[in-house]
Design a protein around this ligand. Structure first.
Ligand SMILES: CC(C)(COP(=O)(O)OP(=O)(O)OC[C@H]1O[C@@H](n2cnc3c(N)ncnc32)[C@H](O)[C@@H]1OP(=O)(O)O)[C@@H](O)C(=O)NCCC(=O)NCCS
Length: 224
């Protein structure tokens, strides 16, 4: 995505229209900007469901994943910037999108899709179509790489996000259902056998893929 600034035209602008943001692929120097928005997204998710809270060591894992993938053709890390009053100083990161090539288990005939892993817009910049521009960029990225769909997970109680996705033409195709269970105090959780390191040593998920790649990378880091 080129470093272009696109003003958003709308017949019904919000009461106070935020400055139009500039979209740009994240570069290696943008680690802090990415982490700030990624952290805010997951604080938002954890406020909806405490079980989605990030682990203590999330920042190091995110930094490593970002360093490895930000320039890769298999991932799109997109930042939205508010360039301020245009004097070049103090550009502020106000939106983040991460979409990655996803590969499901070889058990399935259709294994590949583009997975939306992160989408976040800072509160003051919402309602002006910024997430819409980010999703459009993700859909273009997916189509240009031969994918026939973009998929994501969204928390059931995240009404603004569900409404947003629905308006953008996305539809739910599967749900995660949960039964709370009381763990026995003396029990130890076994590791997921589908994530055991495969012959290639990279943790092939044979029967079932993980929630997303970042989760799988955390597993691998634990194995080291
Ligand atoms: C969900 C989220 C990304 C949407 O970001 P956003 O930039 O406000 O999204 P948009 O502005 O494109 O669309 C939001 C609303 O503004 C409206 N809108 C879009 N363009 C507009 C414009 N030019 N002028 C006025 N309103 C506009 C849309 O119709 C939409 O209305 P809806 O809520 O009834 O669907 C944002 O709320 C967010 O970051 N939430 C917290 C994190 C989160 O939940 N992420 C998704 C996790 S899966």
């Amino acid at each position: 995505v080129a470093d272009t600034t696109l003003a958003v035209a709308s017949p019904l602008p919000p009461l106070s229209t935020p400055r139009p943001a500039r979209l740009a692929r994240a570069r290696s120097a943008d680690t802090d900007a990415v982490a700030a928005l990624f952290g805010a997204l997951h604080r938002h998710n954890a406020a909806l469901d405490a079980r989605f809270a990030l682990a203590d060591g999330w920042r190091a894992l995110l930094d490593a994943h970002f360093a490895r993938t930000h320039a890769s053709d298999a991932a799109l890390w997109l930042l939205a910037w508010d360039d301020g009053d245009g004097d070049g100083d103090g550009a502020e990161p106000v939106g983040l999108l991460l979409v990655e090539a996803h590969q499901d288990s070889p058990l399935f005939r259709e294994r590949g899709w583009a997975e939306l892993i992160a989408l976040y817009v800072a509160p003051a910049y919402r309602g002006a179509g910024l997430a819409g521009r980010l999703i459009d960029a993700a859909a273009d990225w997916a189509a240009a790489r031969g994918f026939d769909r973009l998929q994501l997970y969204v928390t059931t109680t995240n009404e603004p996000a569900r409404r947003f996705y629905h308006r953008r033409g996305l539809r739910p195709v599967q749900e995660i259902w949960r039964l709370d269970v009381t763990p026995r105090p003396d029990a130890t959780q076994p590791t997921d056998p589908s994530h055991a390191p495969g012959a290639d040593g990279c943790g092939a998920a044979v029967l079932e893929s993980g929630h997303h790649h970042l989760a799988m990378e955390a597993d691998r880091a634990d194995d080291r």
